[in-house]
Ligand binder design. Structure first.
Ligand SMILES: NC(=O)c1ccc[n+]([C@@H]2O[C@H](COP(=O)([O-])OP(=O)(O)OC[C@H]3O[C@@H](n4cnc5c(N)ncnc54)[C@H](OP(=O)(O)O)[C@@H]3O)[C@@H](O)[C@H]2O)c1
Length: 287
């Protein structure tokens, strides 16, 4: 990469801190802006202070002044790790300033996902919705899709485990895994995904159940169990630290930088999926 990619980070919690730590070491990237919750105690502090490294000269800005900060720093890519409500507002502002959007935040409703697509479409910037930023998780998804084709008679359960602070349940990755497996075995994901089994009389049928475990410091575990009367197959992925996410994120940054504006999946970025024609964007009023 001849010139450094100018990157902004929205949010400065667990994920953004791991990302910043990594990006600061990457000579092809320049971290130009970190913006977080305006009322948050981190605003005004040098990110080095929070990361417990020498001062970087990059102070955390409040998102209430986002237009001014974007105008001053001109990031070409924004990476968001906040929450769905905050990110919709902040990413729209970023898109107005021409920044491509890599969205690591999870927990979006269908409506919010469509709104993000509409924003990217309206401002002609790239969008990567990335609830599954890890090479290993994407290998799990790829393997699960292949297994689902062969194991169509099996009962299937998806189990995920995360730290006690995770706000959404089940995880975006678990939903994506279950949806792709459902498609592979011919189950309609709209009707066939169930969350937990309370009140469900039978584990059999045209459904895939997703179960969430919350506690401790678990970074992320996803398991898929395929069960027949005679066999049990389980595949599992575990994130050992948050660098698992940031390695994949760096690939996404470079991919977006070198490709024309479009909606890209992490699978496509990792070369696991043949690019599908871009889905039709439903025009929404996102003004
Ligand atoms: N894509 C993936 O592979 C992946 C992996 C792990 C997690 N995630 C997702 O990434 C998201 C963040 O996770 P995390 O563990 O980093 O959470 P976190 O530690 O709670 O960090 C969230 C950050 O967002 C900031 N924030 C809250 N409201 C805001 C607003 N209105 N404007 C700007 N910033 C705001 C918070 O500010 P304060 O610090 O002031 O509270 C905090 O810095 C979650 O949705 C999580 O599920 C994705």
């Amino acid at each position: 990469m001849s010139t450094k990619v100018r990157v902004a980070l929205f949010g400065f919690g667990r994920m953004s801190q791991a990302t910043a730590r990594n990006l600061l070491k990457d000579p092809s990237v320049k971290l130009v802006l970190v913006a977080s919750r305006s009322a948050g105690e981190k605003v005004g502090r040098d990110i080095g202070d929070i990361l417990e490294i020498p001062a970087t000269g990059l102070d955390i800005k409040g998102c209430d002044q986002l237009p001014q900060h974007l105008a001053a720093t001109r990031p070409s890519i924004v990476v968001d790790f906040t929450n769905p409500e905050a990110s919709l507002t902040n990413l729209k502002t970023a898109a107005k300033y021409g920044a491509h959007l890599i969205v690591g935040t999870t927990g979006y409703t269908k409506f919010q996902t469509e709104a993000l697509r509409s924003i990217a479409n309206m401002y002609e910037v790239s969008l990567v919705m990335a609830p599954n930023l890890s090479i290993g998780i994407n290998m799990l998804i790829d393997s699960a899709k292949k297994m689902a084709k062969v194991l169509s008679g099996f009962d299937i359960e998806v189990i995920e485990e995360h730290h006690r602070y995770k706000k959404d349940a089940p995880s975006g990755t678990a939903i994506r895994l279950a949806s792709l497996i459902a498609e592979g075995v011919g189950i309609n994901p709209e009707k066939g995904l169930i969350f937990g089994r309370q009140g469900n009389k039978s584990a059999k049928g045209r459904e895939i159940a997703i179960h969430a475990i919350r506690g401790g410091g678990t970074i992320g575990v996803h398991r898929i169990v395929f069960l027949s009367d005679n066999e049990r197959i389980e595949i599992k992925h575990e994130s050992l630290n948050r660098n698992a996410f940031t390695d994949c994120l760096k690939k996404a940054i470079k991919y977006v930088h070198f490709h024309p504006p479009g909606v890209y999946s992490v699978e496509e970025i990792l070369g696991l999926e043949t690019p599908a024609p871009a889905p039709k964007v439903i025009k929404m009023d996102v003004s």
